[in-house]
Design a protein around this ligand. Structure first.
Ligand code: SF4
Length: 677
């Protein structure tokens, strides 16, 4: 059968909050009544996408035209939390919202209107263009985030950037040793996993440090399984031995590191037995680790995940790990360095885009509340209206009981923009249907790949759906701002203007390949060992030195029937997303996993129902064995993405207290008790 339509090709970038930011070619039939996207093919020539997606999202047509996608606006018809809605036209929804907004604005201050957003769609236009509306309104806007912000802050203070090299260096032939610390690459970052496997084939050795035996640990030359949150203690021990063996790169440290003298002195004092006890590691394994590091100086690369910074002292954990590379002088060489986030390499060209998208200026004085503290902030009745876009707070934010109580407030009018009903829409007064990333023009600045890529939006078959920008543009018109110049552009105009704001050297590859990467894959950033700090040297801060104080006890204490709680996302989900296409895994969210040794030692049996509790909440789960977990550690998968589920979200147990820099969450600084029902 021959096709009697012309296939249209468009570049696309996966907008999920994921390490991959996969770049692909979408093939479209614009004339089709509904299923217009025919296929999305990952680019082979992109050096990170490398021609493959992940199992989470290798079928985006299924998500795009899913029968449960919201296609009309919905208005609440039952009590909050009951998930009862009636369809209304988008016009009617806009009228209702604008009336409510005008009333709240007149009766209370504009700051009583809150907007919560995050990276549910990482497109810059999707994330930042609604700021035009909310900055002008004077609304309260959430700040910071839930993810890697604490780590970026800590590393930024140390190196002036969040990584000292790029992911292509993983497979550089000069590399001899890769240390994957606190990252489950196979499930969360499959493209880096592919590069690590390539490096192993090239002869690199691999060390995995993780409280969970990850798939990559099977290929490792060495696997260290510490208790969660004890990363800084491992680093203390390693640094102490490096110094006592005289293996520190004295020349590198004295020339390129500021304020290091006190640190070297402090490193000499450690309580070894306490470290073995608190980390759960033994001398023999740590000695082997140190020997491998010393044998592979200048050819060792650290890949550090976001897990180690999800503690109250998460930034210090990362700084301590980075000190190992600093003491060994592992910078400026091919196949060496420290990899965390690549966002720092995008700042120069990203900043002007954000300024243009938000139309912010020095007079924009909006009140901000940290996203992590949304629940307790909204418990104050000074807030009267809430807009939510690009985030699912009732799944992703900590201390869910407080948040739920706040969202149940009858005097808080909530508007949620989303593609599907979810845990948060249950509490909405109005739900607005939005377009998928593939249906809007946008630009993405990935966080594990340096550079920028684009999404050339294809047609959306559902006329009531809009992009975030289009929705707030229409709302601006409704409340009488129709003549304001900042709401005149279409999304296509904004996309075009963003592209034109980029340097010419970036515009050309975006047009011809869909992506731009600032380096050749063999380029080593900071090969002159001048770092982007105030004086070009790596900066050591007082907190990096304090961490060696023996009286500083940061690790949470647990009793025999208590467990450190990990809440990583399941391999088929990105926290609160993908429920619609991976529904068969729903029951996994109703389980708590323990090492079989722990199940036996607390006198319980696999598959029995248990009560899990801590000071934040309690819920019943089915107990399951997972011998990949360190004894003493429990796992409940994060991001329950189903609207009506019998299971409780793990975030009922996580603390709202943020990491000490106040930039993101301390999700893993929590302990739960498990008891028989
Ligand atoms: S979810 Fe991540 S790995 Fe999967 S397709 Fe999207 S960017 Fe790529």
């Amino acid at each position: 059968m021959s096709n009697n339509f012309e296939t249209k090709k468009r570049y696309g970038t996966c907008s999920k909050d994921c390490y991959g930011s996969c770049v692909f070619i979408g093939e479209w039939n614009d004339q089709a009544p509904e299923k217009k996207l025919l296929a999305a093919k990952p680019l082979k020539e992109h050096p990170f996408t490398n021609g493959f997606f992940c199992p989470k999202l290798n079928n985006r047509e299924k998500l795009l035209y899913h029968p449960e996608r919201i296609k009309t606006a919905l208005i609440r018809s039952g009590s909050k939390g009951s998930n009862s809605f009636t369809s209304v036209s988008i016009e009617e929804a806009l009228n209702l919202i604008s009336t409510q907004l005008t009333t709240v604005k007149e009766k209370y201050k504009s700051s009583s209107i809150v907007v919560a957003y995050y990276a549910g769609n990482t497109g810059l236009i999707s994330m930042y263009s609604p700021f035009r509306f909310f900055l002008k309104l004077g609304a309260t806007i959430t700040s910071e985030g839930t993810c890697n912000e604490a780590g970026c802050f800590a590393l930024g203070r140390m190196f002036g950037n969040y990584s000292t090299t790029n992911p292509f260096q993983i497979a550089n032939p000069n590399n001899r040793l890769i240390v994957v610390w606190g990252s489950n690459l196979a499930d969360r970052n499959n493209h880096a996993h592919f590069l690590v496997k390539k490096a192993i084939k090239n002869g690199s050795k691999l060390i995995v440090v993780n409280p969970v035996r990850t798939k990559l640990a099977e290929s490792a030359d060495m696997f260290l399984q510490p208790y969660p949150g004890t990363d800084f203690l491992i680093a203390k021990y390693v640094l102490n031995k490096i110094v006592s063996l005289g293996a520190n790169d004295e020349q590198f440290i004295s020339q390129y590191v500021d304020n290091y003298t006190n640190l070297v002195d402090e490193v000499k004092k450690i309580d070894e037995d306490k470290i073995f006890h608190q980390t759960g590691l033994i001398r023999k394994n740590l000695t082997e680790f140190i020997n491998l590091l010393i044998d592979n100086k200048q050819r060792t690369l650290f890949i550090v995940g976001f897990g180690p910074q999800k503690y109250f002292y998460g930034g210090r954990n990362l700084n301590s790990i980075a000190l190992i590379q600093i003491f060994l002088g592992n910078f400026g060489h091919q196949g060496a360095g420290f990899l965390f986030s690549q966002s720092g390499f995008n700042q120069d060209f990203k900043r002007p885009l954000i300024d243009y998208l938000t139309m912010s200026d020095s007079t924009s004085q909006n009140k901000r509340i940290p996203l992590i503290n949304l629940g307790s902030s909204l418990s104050s009745n000074k807030y009267k209206m809430l807009f939510v876009y690009n985030v699912n707070p009732m799944s992703s934010l900590p201390n869910q009981n407080i948040l739920e109580k706040s969202l149940l407030r009858e005097d808080l009018y909530t508007v949620v923009l989303d593609m599907f009903l979810n845990e948060t829409t249950k509490f909405a007064d109005i739900v607005i249907p939005v377009k998928f990333d593939l249906e809007t023009d946008d630009l993405m600045t990935p966080y594990f790949v340096p550079g920028i890529s684009i999404n050339q939006g294809g047609p959306c078959p559902y006329p009531e759906c809009s992009s975030n920008y289009e929705f707030f543009q229409r709302l601006a018109e409704k409340i009488g701002w129709q003549d304001d110049s900042i709401f005149q552009e279409t999304q296509k105009d904004i996309f075009k203007n963003c592209c034109e704001l980029l340097p010419k050297s970036i515009q050309e590859p975006l047009r011809t390949k869909g992506y731009y990467i600032p380096f050749d894959i063999n380029y080593v950033p900071y090969n002159d060992l001048i770092f982007p700090t105030s004086n070009g040297k790596i900066q050591i801060h007082q907190t990096d030195i304090e961490i060696f104080d023996q009286n500083l006890d940061l690790v949470l204490k647990r009793k025999d029937d208590e467990f450190y709680l990990l809440s990583q996302s399941h391999k088929y989900f990105i926290h609160s997303q993908m429920g619609e296409i991976h529904g068969e895994f729903e029951s996994v969210f109703g389980k708590i996993f323990l090492n079989p040794y722990d199940i036996e030692s607390i006198g319980l049996k696999p598959h029995e129902k248990v009560l899990v509790s801590n000071k934040f909440g309690e819920a019943k789960y089915i107990l399951e064995e997972n011998s990949d977990l360190k004894p003493g550690t429990a796992l409940i998968y994060s991001g329950l993405p189903f609207t009506d589920s019998d299971y409780k979200n793990v975030n009922i147990f996580t603390p709202e207290t943020s990491e000490e820099s106040r930039r993101s969450g301390a999700y893993f600084s929590t302990i739960v008790k498990i008891t028989k029902i």
